[in-house]
Write a protein that binds this ligand. Structure first.
Ligand SMILES: N[C@@H](CCC(=O)N[C@@H](CS)C(=O)NCC(=O)O)C(=O)O
Length: 195
């Protein structure tokens, strides 16, 4: 497997999942502005979508879209997925919320929105993080062990830290807990990020 990523992008969730899986994988950093692969080559040839994450499988097929990649990784490494009859569905429910409501909510921050857009986005995000936090009774989103949904949530919690979005104490604790995990520390170090 080879992961195409950019530091602190949503691909960090996949990077953490691969690291947590313990399976061998390669990684390639992408310059999202130029669409060049840092080691050489045109990222648009890997995926014409031009965005990370992209995961090239051992059979040569390429997966894109974070929810699909994280769901596939959880199917390959069950310890990264949900448990019980609704396990997979609960993980997909969480991943979809994180992708559409949280990740999507950060767009004005990443793409130079106006001050008014940024303020509205921050207020919406604070409300959406609170909705998650209000239902949180375990160490991680779906239990006392993390799933791929926590890895994606963690990325948005790092963005909250970076852009000064207020988050409830329980999510700040979850973020701190994630940062103590060796796989998370290694993935962040590999992306040049301070844990
Ligand atoms: N629909 C995609 C969106 C992924 C996405 O937003 N990737 C960002 C980084 S977090 C990116 O590569 N942006 C660069 C670009 O769109 O040119 C997914 O869910 O995986």
């Amino acid at each position: 497997m080879k992961l195409y990523y950019s530091p602190l992008a949503c691909s960090l969730a996949d990077h953490i999942a691969l690291q947590e899986s313990g399976a061998p994988y390669e990684r390639e950093q992408v310059d999202l502005k130029t669409k060049r692969i840092m080691s050489g080559g045109d990222f648009n040839e890997i995926t014409p979508k031009g965005y990370v994450p992209a995961l090239v499988l051992d059979n040569g097929e390429t997966l894109t879209e974070n929810i699909a990649i994280l769901d596939w990784l959880a199917s390959q490494f069950p310890k990264l997925g949900g448990s019980g009859p609704l396990g997979r569905t609960r993980v997909l429910e969480a991943l979809t919320y994180i992708s559409t409501e949280l990740h999507g909510g950060f767009k004005p921050m990443w793409h130079a929105g106006s001050d008014a857009e940024k303020a509205a986005a921050k207020a919406a995000l604070t409300f959406r993080f609170k909705l998650l936090s209000d239902r949180l009774t375990t160490k991680y989103l779906l239990g006392d062990e993390p799933t791929v949904a926590d890895f994606y949530l963690f990325v948005t919690l790092l963005w909250a830290e970076r852009f000064g979005v207020e988050i409830p104490p329980r999510l700040a604790e979850l973020r701190a807990r994630m940062k103590t995990r060796p796989a998370v520390q290694l993935a962040m170090q590999q992306e040049g990020l301070a844990a």
